[in-house]
Design a protein around this ligand. Structure first.
Ligand SMILES: Nc1ncnc2c1ncn2[C@@H]1O[C@H](COP(=O)(O)OP(=O)(O)OP(=O)(O)O)[C@@H](O)[C@H]1O
Length: 791
């Protein structure tokens, strides 16, 4: 911002006023001095020929007392010059180190020989600047040239020193408005800002905040307890407010640390020490951690948690921002839930996202199935009943889990189940749709005419017009659903517009683990809350028979999906073990196409377009994508006769069939694996073995095996190729131990093929490093949560 400090001064100009001030405080102190002198001059202005009245009113400083105040001698001298002096900060891209003084003759207040319209435009603001934008070269050269001229003149002036008291004329900075030339960096930053503001204001203005939900729950609790007097209620409200303000303070402190975390430090994560790696997910690991204490208190007594660490770079390369935000937002929305794994805190640093959750020491339900192989009917009934309650809880919050499988139910210390892994859960909201993020970036790139080449394949494809169009569509995803139509009303507000226009086409994406997928999901048809009930029936079958009903022995995922689509022909019950007809009847009634699937009749009673009152009522049961998901939507399943002895309302108070046998809260024996799970830091992927290393590792094998094994690690492998190599090794004529050794050799010395990033900006060699860095810094602003203590 351009700023002018000017004053009327008296005749003596023997002070060379070349102020070489670089630091802000010096400028400010100089400014203060000027103002105080101005005040004094204004007060004594009657005697001065250059009284403040001559100044534009904006710059005239009125006296409070009306009395002249004595200015310090030195400063008085400074300003007792005949002619006005204007201290002018020129227009530079960065803060100037020089304050230029426009001498006599060139003063904006004097008329002589100077084009005041050019030099003195106090009401005009400076042109737009962008840290990331390059100035157009001709204009920036001109600015640089003028600035250089000015500096030379100032230097010359300074050299003359006290010997000469004349101020040389300094070339004026031409008030050119340099046009910024936006780059990919500008686009990334602008998109990150847009995403931040839209998601932030959407949460604060359009959603219930955790605090408002807590407040509502408190008031509901009062309604349910009529015995509480008004005084008691008031007292509870006061305690509540006190707890909330402490929580707010804690959250603020956490957010302050979060800023440092994003600058490359790991303040928040370092408050936890790692005990063990519990499991591995698609984009990171889950660690058992212990909160570090400020004092040296007994470590055994400190709180223990499960911390999911998600590596940003992997996840960003796979364009998973939408999913990661969805998982986080669901866990925050589920605060206080009985059946969802509780989130304690979430935060990020430059490289990772962190979700700190309650530790479930009983391991996951898959572990229990692996240990027991098959479960009896009563035990199956218990767990399926708990799974139903878990899923209903998610549905009540208008979320469809979409990835219901045994590994996603965890066993709490008391043996009850809790649902976890909401990485694929979806409420259809635009902020959980990857196309929204892509659209923010690519629409800007297109508007600004910035071209990105991508990788070799992109360049090859762009030569073919049809392929180029296909590529553009893939990048933009469903562009139309996030691009605001110019005809849409401006007063509508962007958030309302986004929320109303929903993402109806999103109801069709194919997600989930194939064995447990409902046919409508496999087909890519629109689906709703009913798809989760199909998966429950598959798990029920698996508990009773020891395998899932549609898994193909041969033909992989594709064949499994075919079996699901043709479920009417492929589904059958094995003869053994014996399972009651009632139980089979329930499974059979759920393994149906969605219109006939047992769960809740409300799904099949969706209103006709003419029935407006029912439509309005039903809209509250739609997720943001327009899919129906009802609370208590397992009502017909729960009413099935097989469940007649299940006390649904009291299940959480009863003792489950299996209660984990844990010696302490950090007992991890239910997570013990034959091969310990490696943490990020122990990954072999960064290993660069030399020829000697390889020769040494294979020295016990004959020449032929050495050549084959070296061939295996010559180029990076994906999972498919790794499996193929392992099958080849299985075919070698050698002992099992040697085969195992070779498989480990391939994993350790071979390189895993890096997946081709889904985003062109991350495929382009030139833009990728900077874009990835910027997204790591800016894509998850606001990813911070702390559960209120003693909830
Ligand atoms: N709160 C918890 N307490 C104990 N163990 C946990 C907890 N959360 C996750 N785990 C363990 O970590 C494993 C991986 O966690 P999770 O499924 O959330 O990761 P993910 O990256 O989402 O995996 P996926 O690839 O299946 O989507 C789980 O199967 C479980 O064994």
């Amino acid at each position: 911002m351009k700023r002018y400090l000017h004053s009327r001064s008296s005749r003596s100009s023997d002070e060379a006023v070349v102020a070489n001030v670089s630091a802000n405080d010096r400028i400010r102190s100089k400014g203060n001095k000027l103002i105080s002198v101005l005040r004094s001059l204004t007060n004594s202005g009657k005697s001065s020929p250059s009284s403040p009245q001559a100044l534009p009113t904006r710059y005239a400083v009125s006296s409070v007392s009306g009395e002249p105040s004595p200015a310090p001698r030195k400063v008085t001298q400074f300003f007792t010059q005949d002619e006005p002096t204007v201290v002018h900060r020129a227009q530079f891209k960065s803060r100037p180190s020089l304050i230029e003084v426009i001498p006599e003759g060139s003063s904006p207040l004097s008329s002589g020989g100077h084009d005041s319209s050019k030099s003195f435009r106090p009401y005009e603001s400076t042109g737009k600047t962008s840290l990331d934008s390059k100035f157009s070269s001709s204009k920036s050269n001109r600015v640089a040239q003028i600035s250089l001229e000015n500096k030379r003149a100032v230097a010359k002036q300074a050299m003359r020193g006290s010997g000469s008291h004349e101020l040389a004329s300094i070339a004026e900075v031409d008030m050119v408005d340099p046009e910024p030339v936006p780059t990919v960096v500008t686009v990334e930053k602008a998109a990150a800002a847009k995403v931040f503001f839209e998601t932030h204001y959407n949460t604060t203005l359009c959603c219930l905040t955790p605090r408002s939900i807590r407040r509502r729950n408190l008031e509901c609790a009062f309604l349910e307890d009529p015995a509480l007097s008004a005084v008691q209620q008031e007292e509870i409200r006061r305690d509540w407010a006190q707890k909330e303000s402490e929580h707010l303070r804690e959250t603020r402190l956490m957010k302050a640390d979060g800023i440092k975390d994003l600058q490359g430090r790991t303040i928040t994560a370092s408050k936890y020490e790692v005990v063990k790696v519990l499991g591995k997910g698609s984009f990171g690991v889950v660690r058992l951690v212990r909160e570090k204490a400020d004092d040296d208190s007994n470590p055994k007594k400190r709180d223990i948690y499960a911390m999911k660490v998600i590596r940003k770079s992997d996840m960003l390369r796979n364009s998973q921002e939408g999913h990661l935000r969805a998982e986080h937002d669901f866990l925050v929305a589920a605060e206080g839930s009985r059946w969802v794994v509780p989130l304690i805190a979430s935060f990020q640093d430059l490289n990772n996202l962190y979700l700190v959750m309650d530790y479930m020491p009983g391991g996951d339900f898959l572990g229990l199935l692996i240990r027991d192989n098959v479960l009896t009917e009563p035990v199956t009934k218990w767990y399926i009943a708990e799974m139903i309650l878990c899923i209903e809880e998610a549905h009540a919050l208008r979320w469809i889990h979409r990835d219901v499988k045994p590994d996603n139910f965890l066993i709490s210390p008391s043996g009850h189940l809790k649902i976890s892994d909401f990485g694929l859960a979806f409420d259809g909201h635009w902020s959980h749709d990857q196309a929204y993020f892509n659209n923010q970036r690519y629409s800007l790139l297109t508007k600004l005419g910035i071209n990105v080449d991508g990788d070799t394949l992109d360049r090859k494809e762009s030569q073919d017009a049809a392929a180029a169009l296909r590529l553009a569509n893939t990048i933009m995803g469903a562009k139309h659903r996030h691009e605001r139509n110019s005809s849409s009303s401006e007063i509508d507000g962007i958030l309302n517009w986004r929320n109303r226009n929903g993402n109806r086409t999103l109801a069709k994406s194919v997600v989930g683990t194939s064995q447990y997928m409902a046919p409508e999901v496999v087909r890519g048809d629109s689906y709703d809350g009913r798809c989760d009930w199909w998966s429950v029936a598959v798990i029920m079958y698996e508990c009773l028979y020891g395998h899932t009903p549609f898994l193909a022995e041969e033909g992989g995922r594709q064949q499994t999906k075919m079996n699901i689509l043709k479920h009417e022909q492929t589904f059958a019950f094995p003869h053994k073990p014996l399972v009651s007809k009632r139980c089979q009847d329930l499974i059979q009634k759920i393994i149906q196409d969605k219109d006939r699937r047992l769960c809740s009749k409300r799904y099949t009673r969706q209103p006709k377009a003419s029935d407006s009152s029912t439509i309005t009522h039903n809209q509250s049961y739609q997720d943001y994508a327009g899919r129906y998901v009802y609370p208590n939507d397992a009502e017909d399943i729960k009413a099935h006769k097989w469940f007649k002895d299940i006390p649904w309302d009291r299940l959480h108070l009863m003792t489950p069939p299996f209660v984990p046998n844990i010696k302490s809260m950090d007992d991890t024996h239910y997570f013990d694996e034959e091969d310990p799970i490696s943490d990020f830091s122990e990954s072999h992927q960064n290993m660069n073995p030399t020829v000697e290393d390889v020769a040494d590792a294979l020295k016990l094998f004959n020449r032929e095996i050495q050549i084959l094994a070296t061939g295996f690690i010559e180029r990076p492998h994906d999972t498919l190729r790794l499996r193929k190599m392992e099958r080849e090794i299985d075919g070698f004529v050698m002992g099992e131990e040697q085969k195992e050794y070779l498989k480990q050799f391939v994993k350790a010395y071979g390189k895993k093929e890096k997946k081709r990033p889904r985003d062109k900006l991350l495929r382009d060699k030139e833009t990728a490093p900077k874009v990835l860095q910027l997204r790591k810094e800016g894509a998850f602003l606001g990813y911070a949560y702390r559960r209120i203590r003693n909830l």
